[in-house]
Design a protein around this ligand. Structure first.
Ligand code: F6R
Length: 615
């Protein structure tokens, strides 16, 4: 939620900031703005409701000069999207400017006390309160700006990643973070970049520093970088080399990032498996499991915490862990878990699943479980993210950067990694026969090629999508491991096409949702060959009898459902435990094409943002 970018060095910063904002726009896109310091006396603030393109149109040819600046793309929390609520916000009559990602929870009381001291506010935002607080602290204490930032942040409750410039400090850019991500790029001598993630930095430098919670970084054009925590201890930064490639964050000829990412799945699934599986030796190696085997071996229960699509991956994992490793599993919405006074024991293993690694609810749930002594295992896509760092151990999904707001390749990578973990734990506990284990490994290795086969059906799936462009509602039904896929199919459709959609276990249909079925209602059945196939056929008959419009995902060669369904999509055969890695793909494509045909912005759906760093 919200993207922040900053630069200090010798180059003109406006183009750097704009390019950075374009890369970060997936994090929020209801307004955009920059503050560029001209190096002498003026900080030029330019901000506009709308997207980065609207900001550019507003700026026109009057590009502000300067080589120190900050930029922001917003996902509104406090106050509606508007020019005035757009960042940067200022204090000291425009001589102090700041951008912020996160939420200041005690902003109301801070605002009231600042107003009593004569501060006036023009926006509804918590950010404006924070920059005035910094100004107030500096006035009150006569401290340096960086000390004032440290002191002010001690008064703040909530989450922040901030960057600020001061007209009286021409060579300085300050950044700080707590519970919202922030990366510093180290460029040429005394040249620094700041951003919410590495995507605006990658084309300038490979060297990055991940700021930790409650750290303040002072980047100085002459004196270099100094990082201190809020207790004023100097921190020696660890410089990491980025492994990301620039092509991974560009569209590469696809109309949308989402389509590109759907089509990347044969490779991203392979990348999740790469280096971890040896079919010839019938082996899975995952250092995060091996190094803490005592915890996994002793686990009486696995608790999975996640949100949204990642929660659906967790639901699939529940079936797999219970089947392969015979460990009871609870799958929890992180947002519910953290406020429920949950029972957590020291012999629980808690798996946190998150693409971004920054989801506020998941992070808070992790802290709660950690405080109560559970072993925390992270399944994250973003390397160096907060969740990856907060957990005791983990496994990266290696799906590569996911820019489309609707998660696709990150989901299949999560399911792949969770499948590997469940198989490995099952095998190490001696609960999976060598034969079954080896067969599943062979099947897993074959999945990328099978996904490729599915993608080759894209034109036909698009044609099917064309029949549902005007639908107002849709139902997705599946059973077993394909029930979470039904939930995921429904989520994909609603979030990018704004069609109301629900996912259910198909047998639950008769307990209520069947009342919705009429000739207008599309019903997407996942009916691949498995133990409950016959039962699903009965459910399909029930929908048919009531005139619903049937689309069935079936295993290749199935003839029976061709007679019953209006449309059939054939899915390559695989072991039923691995079916979600295939069945989700046509559902992703259907949602994508329906949304595009409805003229929706699939990469930036309304009201959403990629990384949900607020509660
Ligand atoms: C849906 C989607 C969201 C995320 C959810 C959790 O397409 O992307 O539902 O899955 O916000 O995000 P992460 O996985 O980053 O914790």
């Amino acid at each position: 939620m919200c993207g922040i970018v900053g630069y200090i060095g010798e180059k003109d910063c406006f183009p750097i900031l704009i390019k950075g904002l374009r890369r970060l726009e997936y994090r929020g896109y209801d307004s955009a703005g920059v503050a560029v310091f001209d190096g002498e006396s003026t900080i030029n603030i330019l901000k506009k409701k709308g997207k980065v393109e609207d900001l550019l149109a507003f700026v026109g040819k009057d590009i502000p000069p300067g080589s120190t600046g900050i930029g922001h793309t917003r996902w509104a929390t406090h106050g509606p999207p508007s020019d005035v609520n757009a960042h940067p916000h200022t204090a000291r009559f425009g001589r102090l400017a700041m951008i912020h990602n996160g939420i200041i929870e005690n902003y109301e009381s801070l605002r009231t006390s600042l107003e009593t001291n004569g501060h006036a506010f023009v926006s509804d935002t918590d950010t404006e309160v924070l920059i005035h607080l910094i100004d107030e602290v500096q006035n009150r204490t006569n401290a340096s700006l960086s000390d004032a930032v440290q002191m002010a942040l001690k008064e703040v409750e909530g989450a922040y990643a901030i960057a600020l410039v001061d007209a009286s400090e021409p060579d300085m850019l300050i950044a700080a973070r707590k519970s919202s991500p922030l990366v510093i790029g180290v460029g040429e001598e005394n040249e620094f970049y700041v951003a919410s993630d590495a995507t605006p930095i990658i084309e300038h430098t490979q060297n990055v520093i991940y700021l930790d919670d409650e750290e303040v970084a002072v980047m100085h054009r002459k004196k270099g970088l100094i990082i201190k925590n809020l207790q004023n201890t100097v921190i020696t930064p660890e410089v990491h080399a980025l492994e990301m490639q620039i092509e991974a964050i560009e569209k590469g000829g696809f109309q949308h990032f989402m389509l590109k990412e759907i089509f990347e799945q044969p490779n991203s699934i392979l990348d999740s498996i790469r280096g971890r599986v040896s079919v010839s030796r019938s082996e899975i190696n995952m250092s995060g499991i091996d190094a803490h085997w005592d915890k996994w071996n002793a686990a009486q229960r696995i608790i999975i915490i996640a949100c949204g699509t990642s929660w659906h991956a967790g639901m699939i994992a529940e079936y797999l862990f219970e089947d392969f490793a015979r460990i009871p599993v609870e799958v929890e919405y992180a947002s519910e878990f953290r406020y429920r006074n949950p029972i957590i024991r020291s012999n629980d293993v808690v798996i946190a699943i998150s693409q971004s690694g920054e989801t506020a609810d998941t992070l808070a749930a992790i802290k709660l479980a950690k405080d109560q002594g559970a072993h925390l295992f992270g399944v994250c896509n973003v390397v160096g993210s907060s969740i990856a760092r907060e957990t005791d151990s983990g496994a990266y999904t290696h799906a590569g950067p996911e820019i489309g707001v609707a998660s696709t390749k990150a989901f299949t990578a999560q399911v792949t990694v969770l499948t590997l973990i469940a198989l490995l734990v099952g095998k190490k506990k001696g609960l999976l026969s060598t034969q079954r284990f080896s067969r599943l490994l062979v099947e897993l290795k074959a999945i990328p090629d099978k996904v490729q086969k599915l993608l080759e059906q894209d034109a036909r799936i698009k044609e099917i999508a064309g029949h549902f462009v005007k639908s107002e509602n849709a139902l997705y039904l599946g059973r077993g491991v394909n029930f979470p896929v039904a939930l995921e199919g429904a989520l994909k459709l609603k979030e990018i096409s704004y069609i109301h959609a629900e996912g259910y276990p198909s047998a639950e249909m008769k307990h209520g949702p069947i009342a919705l079925i009429d000739e207008e209602m599309p019903v997407f059945f996942i009916a691949t060959a498995d133990d409950v196939y016959e039962k699903i056929v009965s459910n399909i008959q029930e929908v048919k009898a009531r005139g619903g419009r049937l689309v069935a995902l079936v295993s290749a060669g199935n003839q029976e459902l061709k007679q019953l369904a209006e449309f059939v999509i054939e899915v390559p055969k695989t072991d039923q435990a691995l079916a979600p890695l295939l069945t989700v793909v046509p559902l992703q494509l259907l949602s994508y094409h329906i949304a595009v045909m409805r003229d929706c912005n699939v990469d930036q759906p309304r009201n959403l943002a990629k990384s949900v760093t607020v509660e």
